[in-house]
Structures are given as structure tokens and as C-alpha cells.
Design a binder for this molecule. Structure first.
Ligand code: IPD
Ligand code: CA
Ligand code: CA
Length: 274
């Protein structure tokens, strides 16, 4: 394998190019369909972006596994020791379909179930977030850090997201929304998990949680948050594994205990992702 900084540079070039194509198509004509249910949207732009990324990463890293959102099997998600790239060719498809310019293209390399580097590109703001283990997190090549000024939920801006599939709505409703809404400064749902994590990394938001995401939604964001001084866990405060479904809490670190406790998932238990 090429070294991490070369791999990250290659990944960055690829997400930026794919992102330009996504940007060029916002508000245009493209075919839209759905996957697991009518709310689970996919467009031809997702697929075009994915083909471009698969070709680029496949050429650069012929020995690595590539796992991409629009073309995967559950077997692809089994953890093994081979390097694997998780690819989300368009994170924020619902926003994209409705003409809202809040979307990202993201890829991340994981080893042994742990993401080691990743890139998230927001083509509408031309913001490229990158991180590699041990090397810090960057926004357009400038070092970024989580917001360490906010130490309590009452001072915090929190983000969350809502699963499109009915299958996961019960799990979503296990969170104590009332506790979070009544304490926090405010709550946002931007509609792109990758960007929500990137926004924690650069200090724009203080905390985030969401249930039943997929590895490609969060892998790059996990590295971004951890390398910028923040904390990642599951919803009970345990270490997070990149399993086939991922329920995640992320924060600046300082509010993490309070966020987990107010979300109200049983301490020490494992959230149910099934
Ligand atoms: C979605 C976004 C959204 C989250 C959904 C994800 P997609 O990814 O990250 O913020 O709430 O659960 O599925 O489908 O737009 O790539
Ligand atoms: Ca996604
Ligand atoms: Ca996607």
C-alpha cells in the first residue's frame, strides 16, 4: 500500500472530482428511484459518482476491497483484515433530490474494522475535510479542532438524523429527544451524516447522534472527529465498531458523558441495530 498521506491525497482528488459532477447536476434533470422503501432514494447521479470513484480507487489500490453504497452485499460488510474502502458517492441524497445544496462525497480506508483515513467533500461550499490517524484533521488543508469552549449540553448545538427506513424508526425513538431538545441551545438535522461529523471536527457543532447508519456514512467522519480532539462512541458510550449498522454518538469530548446519559440508552448495554 502507498503511504497514508499519498492514499489520502488520491482519495481527496477523487472525491473532489466526483463532487464537481454532483454539483453540476443539482437542480437539473436526473432519474430518481428508491431502494428499501419509497423514502430511501437513489438517483443516477449517485450511481455515476460511484462508478467514477470505484474506477479511481480500483486503479490506485488494486489490492484493496471496495465497498460502495449503491452496489454492496451484506457479505461485503463482514470485517476482515484486508484494507477496505467505504464509499458514499453522495451523502445527502434526499437533500439533493429536493434541490437542497447540503450533500457530500466521502470515502474512507479502514483496516481491521477501524477507519484510518478519510475524506469528505462538500462540493457546494468547496470544503474538503481530510484526516489520517496520527496526522490531525484538516479543512481545505488548514488544521481544524473541535470546539473546546462548550463544556455542557446547555451551551451546545447538537445534530441528529432520521433513518429513511421504517425498520429503524423504533430504534430512533428510543432516544430521549425531550431531554436533548430542552437542554441544548438547539438541534439540527442537516441530512448528511458525513458533514455532521465533519462539522463537529471543525467546531461548528458540539455533538451528534444517529441510529442505524452504514459504515460509509460515518467512516471518514470518525477519523475527522477523533483526529480533531473529539470523541466517538456508540449510543451507550462503548467503543464503536464499523459493523453493518452503526449507531453513533460524536462530540467535542467535553459533553460526551452528558450527551450519552441524556440520550438515555441503557448504560453499558449495546444498542439494538436490527
Ligand atoms: C443518509 C444521510 C442522512 C442520514 C441517513 C443516511 P444517504 O445517507 O447521511 O443524513 O440521516 O440515515 O442514510 O442515503 O443520503 O447517502
Ligand atoms: Ca450516506
Ligand atoms: Ca449515499
Amino acid at each position: 500500500m502507498k503511504d497514508a498521506s499519498q492514499a489520502l491525497e488520491k482519495a481527496s482528488d477523487i472525491v473532489v472530482e466526483a463532487g464537481k459532477m454532483v454539483r453540476a447536476n443539482l437542480g437539473g434533470r436526473f432519474s430518481t428511484g428508491f431502494k428499501s422503501c419509497p423514502a430511501d432514494l437513489v438517483t443516477e447521479v449517485d450511481r455515476r459518482s460511484q462508478s467514477f470513484i470505484l474506477e479511481g480507487l480500483g486503479k490506485a489500490f488494486p489490492d484493496h476491497r471496495l465497498v460502495a453504497e449503491e452496489d454492496f452485499t451484506e457479505d461485503d460488510l463482514a470485517l476482515d483484515d484486508r484494507p477496505v474502502w467505504f464509499i458514499d458517492p453522495l451523502d445527502g441524497t434526499t437533500n439533493f433530490v429536493f434541490g437542497i445544496p447540503i450533500c457530500a462525497v466521502t470515502v474512507s480506508l479502514a483496516l481491521g474494522g477501524r477507519p484510518v483515513l478519510g475524506a469528505v467533500y462538500d462540493p457546494f461550499r468547496e470544503e474538503l475535510f481530510t484526516a489520517a490517524r496520527g496526522s490531525g484533521s484538516y479543512l481545505n488543508k488548514k488544521r481544524i479542532r473541535v470546539d473546546r469552549t462548550r463544556k455542557k449540553l446547555a451551551e451546545s448545538l447538537i445534530a441528529t438524523g432520521f433513518p429513511s427506513s421504517d425498520r429503524f424508526k423504533g430504534e430512533m425513538l428510543r432516544a430521549n429527544f425531550t431531554a436533548i431538545f430542552s437542554k441544548a441551545v438547539d438541534v439540527r438535522a442537516f441530512g448528511s451524516a458525513a458533514l455532521e461529523l465533519a462539522y463537529i471536527a471543525c467546531g461548528r457543532i458540539t455533538g451528534y447522534w444517529e441510529v442505524c447508519l452504514r459504515p460509509w456514512d460515518v467512516a471518514a467522519g470518525i477519523v475527522l472527529v477523533e483526529e480533531s480532539g473529539g470523541r466517538i462512541s456508540d449510543l451507550c458510550g462503548n467503543d464503536l465498531l464499523l459493523e453493518n449498522h452503526v449507531s453513533i454518538a460524536a462530540s467535542n469530548g467535553l459533553i460526551h458523558g452528558e450527551l450519552i446519559s441524556d440520550l438515555g440508552f441503557l448504560p453499558g448495554s449495546k444498542p439494538s441495530n436490527k
